[in-house]
Design a protein around this ligand. Structure first.
Ligand SMILES: Nc1ncnc2c1ncn2[C@@H]1O[C@H](COP(=O)(O)OP(=O)(O)OP(=O)(O)O)[C@@H](O)[C@H]1O
Length: 453
């Protein structure tokens, strides 16, 4: 017995009882209505899976208009209920009209029992898959909301940041490709998320890809996807980041870290607005808004033969330069206060404040690691704080080695961070040079920085 609810509506009582008997053998619940006027007061239409609806109710009238009218009323009450129209006058144009208005099928009277049961069965299958799609869409939307959640409060009111945000507002509504440049930790990803949040694509996904951390041999599979069996670890068909971002925004971070070979593949996908999964030969169209970011000087890299000019041209329709924190002096204390409150609440240390001397220290410091460094500095100060007032000695700042190393790092992690900041500072934020000095790969350095985000 199928767990479905059927409603039969017909002004002919013998039709009602014949259908009731027939359907009761197959379906768990069969209800009948003799008068279509009862449809308006029928309280649980949204729980009915299938309605079998007569097209002609008033005796002697066979235009089918009453049926179409009631079809409409049912759909208004419960859009996902499947309605099968029944008529003794098998006019094709009427059937077409009913189907156009949302009926799922058509049955001619007198009906053939077997055919009618098959029609009801298919209508029920259709109703089930529609319900599933509806549920999936609902889940998808909920997921999208969670994923796109407002992680991004852009804090600060310096002139430099205000100009950036004005540009962001202007550019967000368009679909042009944007390149965001600026030192590490200045807030480039936050700006990219803001562009997405203010765009027409805001209800779709924002997919971020860290180009610096993708190994060369996995590049194509990560970005364009793969087919099952395309390589040893390809256990299933998988969509890449481009496909995942379809209709949304694709954010490619650390663009300066791509080899020339990766650049060529990327350019081709951007130009063709399509991707081919590894192991397939079918091209899949993708509609994405592309935002890229880098801390490298790409025009200089073009001049040095390290970056393709045609790719730079493609990704850089509009350039948004995020200034370093030392050029946004007005933002330092506002950000410090923001992070102070955030971590005070996280570590249950409400009521903390920064004294004047410490505030001066924060303002004077050049913040080579920018906002990210300020964030870590505040977190550490909050964790280690003993009283309610944070003093200069509570802030361990790395650009003055004598100070910071004399004070001594609190943990191994801290020491690692100090060394990383110091190396980055010595090499003007150049990851490769800093990694060389530290004796680790650029990717490892990168992961260690990101781990602290
Ligand atoms: N104006 C801001 N307001 C609040 N938080 C900020 C701001 N700018 C940056 N942050 C925070 O600082 C951290 C670093 O920012 P983000 O990752 O956007 O920088 P980035 O320039 O993309 O860094 P990278 O170049 O290393 O990828 C994040 O935790 C971010 O939330």
């Amino acid at each position: 017995m199928t767990d479905a609810k059927i409603l039969v509506i017909d002004d002919n009582k013998s039709v009602l009882s014949a259908l009731e008997i027939l359907l009761q053998f197959e379906y768990k619940s069969v209800e009948t209505l003799f008068n279509p006027n009862q449809i308006s007061s029928f309280s649980h239409m949204d729980q009915i899976d299938i309605v079998l609806l007569d097209m002609n109710f008033s005796a002697g009238v066979n235009t089918g208009n009453e049926g179409l009218y009631w079809l409409n009323e049912i759909k208004k009450k419960s859009p996902h209920t499947s309605v099968i129209m029944m008529t003794a006058y098998g006019a094709v144009d009427l059937a077409v009209k009913a189907l156009k208005q949302g009926a799922s099928d058509f049955v001619l009277k007198p009906w053939n029992n077997e055919r009618l049961l098959t029609t009801v069965k298919s209508a029920f299958e259709l109703r089930k898959s529609k319900q599933e799609i509806h549920q999936l869409k609902k889940k998808e939307n909920e997921l999208k909301q969670v994923i796109n959640e407002d992680k991004n409060f852009i804090i600060g009111n310096s002139q430099a940041l205000t100009s950036v945000l004005n540009l962001v507002r202007k550019v967000a509504k368009t679909d042009v490709n944007v390149l965001i440049t600026g030192e590490n930790g200045t807030g480039k990803e936050l700006i990219a998320r803001e562009l997405h949040r203010l765009s027409v694509r805001k209800d779709e996904l924002f997919i971020g890809v860290d180009m610096g951390s993708i190994a060369e041999n996995l590049f194509e599979s990560e970005l364009f996807g793969h087919m099952k069996g395309a390589f040893t670890d390809a256990k299933d068909d998988r969509a890449g980041k481009f496909e995942a971002a379809h209709q949304g925004t694709l954010f490619l971070d650390e663009m300066g870290n791509l080899s020339l070979q990766m650049q060529a593949k990327l350019l081709s996908a951007i130009q063709n607005k399509s991707v081919v999964r590894v192991g397939s030969n079918k091209s899949i169209a993708v509609d994405i808004r592309l935002i890229s970011a880098t801390n490298c000087n790409l025009p200089q890299m073009v001049a040095d033969g390290l970056f393709r000019e045609d790719l730079l041209y493609r990704i850089n329709t509009i350039n948004i330069e995020v200034p370093p924190l030392r050029e946004r002096e007005g933002d330092i204390l506002i950000l410090a206060d923001f992070f102070l409150k955030k971590f005070a609440s996280k570590y249950d240390k409400q009521g903390l404040r920064i004294n004047n001397l410490a505030q001066e220290k924060l303002i004077e410091y050049p913040w080579p690691g920018n906002v990210r460094e300020l964030q870590h500095t505040m977190e550490r100060a909050v964790i280690l704080s003993e009283g309610n007032v944070l003093k200069p000695t509570d802030f361990l700042l790395h650009s003055k080695p004598s100070q910071s190393f004399d004070a001594g790092p609190a943990t191994l992690d801290e020491m690692e961070q100090q060394m990383i900041f110091k190396a980055l500072e010595q090499h003007d934020g150049n990851y490769s040079a800093a990694a060389d000095q530290l004796g680790i790969s650029r990717q490892t350095l990168y992961n260690k920085m990101k781990k602290k985000k």
